[in-house]
Design a protein around this ligand. Structure first.
Ligand SMILES: Nc1ncnc2c1ncn2[C@@H]1O[C@H](COP(=O)(O)OP(=O)(O)O)[C@@H](O)[C@H]1O
Ligand SMILES: Cc1cn([C@H]2C[C@H](O)[C@@H](COP(=O)(O)O)O2)c(=O)[nH]c1=O
Length: 221
């Protein structure tokens, strides 16, 4: 039975790494897969992991139709056993419905990866539809941690280092912003629910200056 699986978590919890690992393992067993992504940090039509791997992928746009994408490849003679769909929070609700139909009627496994909520802790449209339609929702095993050491469940946005709760839903960015004095210095930080509510980032709490050992999140070395 083909499945629609949503692997979800905060930013920086290993989703793209897992996407690439799953692609590798399935392809190594002779299965035919197609990679899709949208707005990856490393540029258009790339699927990249912070662990260093980056591969070419098909860029999803507003006009992408997943049903048509699979049918076209099958018509051209490809098997298309599975789809890897990264940054799926940015897909439209309609595109997620197409993914469900691809699973049900074309028997293609769909492995979707994405963050659930935005910087205001509101659901993204693609993630909302995936939560509703997925056969399984998997939380990644490697936990992202808040500066306090608790499990991070939210994604905060910072502008020039200060947490904000207003702005466009989509602003591509990363958790490590090198120069927060730059004109467009938008960054992200994963936080536990409490510290998101209190708008307490590592910087405003002073935790940025603390060592990892002080926080008790690392071993002796
Ligand atoms: N230098 C490093 N050494 C070990 N692990 C790292 C390193 N840099 C990043 N990682 C791991 O990679 C994870 C981020 O992976 P990535 O697939 O890019 O995340 P996501 O797609 O969820 O944003 C981090 O949570 C961490 O576990
Ligand atoms: C919270 C939040 C994030 N984004 C963007 C920032 C990144 O480009 C991606 C998430 O990528 P990752 O591989 O999971 O780190 O989403 C956004 O546009 N809006 C937001 O509210």
């Amino acid at each position: 039975m083909a499945e629609l699986v949503f692997f979800s978590g905060t930013m920086d919890c290993g989703k793209s790494t897992l996407a690439l690992q799953m692609h590798h393992n399935h392809a190594a067993r002779g299965r035919d897969g197609v990679l899709f992504t949208r707005n990856d940090r490393s540029g258009e039509a790339r699927l990249s992991s912070r662990l260093g791997l980056s591969v070419g992928a098909h860029e999803v746009t507003d006009t992408t139709d997943f049903w048509a994408e699979v049918v076209a490849r099958r018509t051209a003679g490809r098997a298309v056993d599975y789809l890897i769909c990264d940054e799926a929070q940015f897909y439209s609700a309609e595109q997620v419905e197409q993914l469900g139909r691809v699973v049900d009627d074309l028997h293609v496994d769909v492995f979707a990866f994405g963050i659930t909520t935005d910087f205001r802790t509101q659901l993204f449209a693609g993630s909302a539809r995936l939560l509703a339609l997925a056969d399984r929702v998997e939380t990644l095993q490697v936990q992202a941690l808040c500066w306090c050491g608790a499990r991070a469940t939210t994604n905060a946005r910072t502008v020039h280092g200060v947490m904000v709760v207003e702005g466009a839903q989509v602003v591509v960015g990363d958790v490590d912003v090198a120069d927060d004095h730059a004109e467009d210095a938008v960054g992200y930080e994963v936080l536990c629910r409490r510290h998101h509510r209190l708008r307490a980032t590592a910087r405003t709490s002073g935790a940025a200056a603390m060592s990892a050992q002080t926080l008790g999140v690392l071993g002796e070395d």
